[in-house]
Design a protein around this ligand. Sequence first.
Ligand code: SF4
Length: 63
Amino acid sequence: MAKVVIDADECTGCESCVEVCPEVFAFDEETELAYVIKPEGGPEDCIEEAIDSCPVECISLED
Ligand code: SF4
């Protein structure tokens, strides 16, 4: 099962991923960046949607 990863160096904190897939992504008010709350077993459709919605393409799936 692939694991969802955000490259925090690239993330701009735009919250797109959080909007389209709140089951998997959340916004950290302290860092003002998104982070992964459910790296494995989340709904694949919305993970793909989040990957597509990320303006800096910093969300990836790792084996
Ligand atoms: S969509 Fe990408 S840049 Fe925007 S908050 Fe999510 S991971 Fe960060």
